[in-house]
Design a protein around this ligand. Structure first.
Ligand SMILES: Nc1ncnc2c1ncn2[C@@H]1O[C@H](COP(=O)(O)OP(=O)(O)OP(=O)(O)O)[C@@H](O)[C@H]1O
Ligand SMILES: [Mg+2]
Length: 341
């Protein structure tokens, strides 16, 4: 793992797809034409600006940040958040590993990583003590992004781990022995609080909880927080909830803003100012084996994950996040969700 402080250098062309336009006379121009002063025009303008910033150097952490994406409630956006944040951080210039710790293998699918049953996977690392380096694969299309895939074998690991020595710290050991330089490791947990999630919580210092802006959003959170306390007390003194991310936010419903308000009152500074809108593009991307960042770089979903990643990176080095931009993005998200999606 890396331990030197440095600043991410600018990447040359972080987002695949055309960044320049031909103007018909064989000349290509980098800057877009002026946008109409319409909601969609402004949203597009913001998209272009945000994409320009995707390759902007963000401060890198001085040591690898291991972030556990957990919530035992199913379908709240853990996997979507893991893969899209990871891709955003990589597009911002960081080196990022996604560890797929869910037997469903959704993160592996979304990153376009082969994970049929013969592929060396995180199961081999946890149960067979295989080095992490032997299972990590580069993610196609996103430079600096890697994935340790999950196969269906992992479904048996909860039980197989019980009888193994150091059953709670097998992932931690594997990560400590991994020598490739990394800025972030994001661990996608299954929707349970069993030994797989405990392994993630022992391996990482930070817990990121995605909360879906829906009915019963806070139900079960007490149990999750008690588990974090237990693991901190017995197995990993560094563990803490560092980040709460509101997902599937629909600005048109009163319910979403009520949930958001409740979460902000309850958690305060851990809640990212950027929230993730409900977006068709976000839900479509995995079926193409892509993150929304490559599937539709200018979409509201892509912009909000880029912004959330920026916020996380800045918080990690204690730099105040400029909220003004978050509001601009939020407004644009609302416009986009009402207008073109
Ligand atoms: N912002 C969003 N807008 C629209 N759909 C979304 C959004 N985020 C997630 N989804 C969709 O919601 C569903 C659940 O998301 P996801 O798989 O990320 O949740 P999860 O917490 O990982 O689920 P599980 O508990 O099963 O692992 C998926 O179909 C996903 O495409
Ligand atoms: Mg999932």
């Amino acid at each position: 793992m890396r331990s030197d402080a440095n600043i991410a250098g600018p990447m040359t062309d972080p987002v695949p797809g055309p960044r320049t336009e031909s103007v018909g006379d064989g000349v290509s121009r980098e800057t877009p034409p002026p946008m109409d002063d319409t909601p969609i025009g402004r949203a597009a303008q913001l998209a272009v600006e945000a994409l320009g910033r995707a390759g902007e150097g963000l401060p890198r952490p001085d040591r690898t940040r291991v972030i556990v994406v957990a919530n035992q409630k199913g379908g709240v956006g853990k996997t979507t958040t893991t893969v899209n944040l990871a891709a955003s951080l990589a597009l911002h210039g960081a080196r990022v590993l996604v560890v797929d710790l869910d037997p469903q293998g959704n993160a592996s699918t979304a990153l376009g990583i082969d994970h049929h049953s013969d592929v060396p996977s995180i199961y081999d690392v946890l149960v067979e003590s295989r080095p992490l380096s032997e299972v990590v694969q580069p993610v196609p299309d996103v430079e600096g992004l890697f994935c340790a895939p999950a196969t269906i074998d992992l479904a048996g690991a909860e039980i197989e781990l019980v009888s193994l020595v150091a059953r709670e710290s097998r992932l931690q050991r594997a990560i400590q022995a991994y020598e490739q330089p990394l800025d972030y490791i994001l661990i996608d947990c299954p929707p349970s609080l069993g030994l797989l999630t405990v392994n993630a919580m022992v391996a990482g210092a930070e817990v990121l909880i995605p909360i879906q802006c829906e009915y019963y959003a806070l139900e079960g959170l007490g149990q999750l927080l008690r588990n974090v306390d237990l693991v901190r007390g017995h197995l990993n003194p560094d563990l803490h909830v560092s980040t709460i991310l509101l997902t599937m936010y629909d600005g048109r419903t009163r319910l979403a803003s009520q949930v958001a308000e409740e979460v902000r009152t309850h958690f305060g500074k851990e809640v990212l100012r950027t929230s993730i809108p409900r977006s068709v593009r976000i839900s479509e991307a995995p079926s193409y084996g892509q993150t929304v960042l490559t599937y539709d770089p200018g979409s509201s979903g892509s912009l909000s994950y880029l912004e959330a990643a920026r916020e996380i990176a800045l918080r990690g080095v204690g730099v105040h996040y400029e909220a003004q931009h978050a509001h601009a993005i939020q407004n644009s998200q609302q416009n986009v969700s009402e207008g073109i999606q």
